[in-house]
Design a protein around this ligand. Structure first.
Ligand code: PLP
Length: 306
């Protein structure tokens, strides 16, 4: 696979090697729930950025990969649950760039069992999987725990879910790509890193709405913290709508499932269920409720693939 050579600036080498489709496509869909209210609906197809590192995982990982390479790190170490899209994307990036990767997986009960398809993909991409018990996982970034996971101390550590200041700055590019294109932008939120960057990249007349897929109400503070770290203070106009998580991560409801199946059928696009379907359900409900002024263009960020 070649690896990244040191005579190329890391960022240039990265895009030359990985060939992301950027800016990602922006396409209009004719949707009755929006048209009826005098609204347009656009899909920001971040899911098409890269086949193995799709959506916001590309936007968050790329600046971290650059930072890792620039600082001379050879190994990437990160964390996730057994079905983490972030772990999969990191493993794929490692394979494509010739960098060793370590994935610290929550739950030591998984060790020694057959790998689920997501973790099998990580392993096939060369990721070394380390299963840790939940108590240890909670302390995963404490120095003593990290020292055990990375005995040589030379790994570049990407946080769980991939959200840090670098990631938020990477997602600001998503906002900049949407300038002038929409009044309102909807995005699904896990850690909030994508929303933090998106809102920072939009211009003053635009606003972002985040739809948390987890229950808990902690996300607003997290987005503020990430903006502080990445940009030195609050940026852009954003809000959260907490009504569409359907009970929590990976939970669903008959209403959500009916909405997702109907949207797929009407528009011929398969929806990722854990994040994207919840966000589109939220935006569509807000449109039906009359939350957007007639004439508004609404952009939905398709952050990942099914
Ligand atoms: C990881 C992920 C998200 C969550 O992004 P955050 O930056 O953690 O809020 C959203 N959508 C998809 C498809 C994802 O895989």
């Amino acid at each position: 696979m070649g690896g990244v050579t040191s005579d190329n600036p890391p960022g240039v080498a990265l895009r030359r090697q990985l060939r992301p489709q950027l800016p990602s496509p922006l396409t209009e869909v004719a949707d009755e729930d929006f048209a009826r209210r005098g609204l347009r609906l656009l899909l920001k197809r971040d899911d098409l950025i890269h086949p193995d590192i799709p959506g916001n995982k590309w936007r968050k990982l790329e600046p971290n990969l650059r930072a890792a390479l620039a600082a001379g790190h050879r190994t990437l170490l990160t964390f996730g649950g057994a079905y983490s899209n972030h772990l999969r994307a990191t493993a794929a990036a490692g394979r494509l760039l010739g960098l060793p990767t370590v994935g610290v997986v929550r739950g030591d009960e998984l060790a020694g069992k057959p790998l689920n398809p997501s973790l099998a993909r990580c392993a096939a991409d060369g990721m070394r999987l380390v299963f840790v018990d939940r108590a240890t996982y909670r302390r995963k970034t404490d120095p003593d725990v990290l020292a055990r996971l990375d005995p040589d101390g030379d790994a570049y550590v990407v946080p769980e879910g991939g959200s840090n200041a670098e990631a938020a700055r990477g997602c600001a590019e998503l906002g900049r790509e949407l300038r002038g294109a929409a009044g309102v932008v909807g995005v699904a939120c896990g850690t909030g890193g994508t929303l933090a960057g998106l809102a920072a990249g939009l211009d003053d007349g635009q606003r972002a709405i985040g739809f948390p897929v987890l229950k808990g109400g902690f996300l607003g503070a997290e987005v503020e913290r990430l903006q502080q770290e990445a940009f030195g203070g609050p940026r852009g106009h954003w809000a959260l709508d907490d009504r569409f998580h359907a009970g929590g991560y990976a939970r669903t409801s008959p209403e959500l499932e009916a909405f997702a199946a109907g949207f797929e059928e009407r528009h011929g696009i398969a929806l990722e269920r854990l994040y994207v379907a919840k966000m589109l359900h939220g935006l569509t409900t807000l449109a039906r409720e009359g939350a957007f002024a007639p004439g508004t263009t609404v952009a939905a960020v398709i952050t990942g693939t099914p």
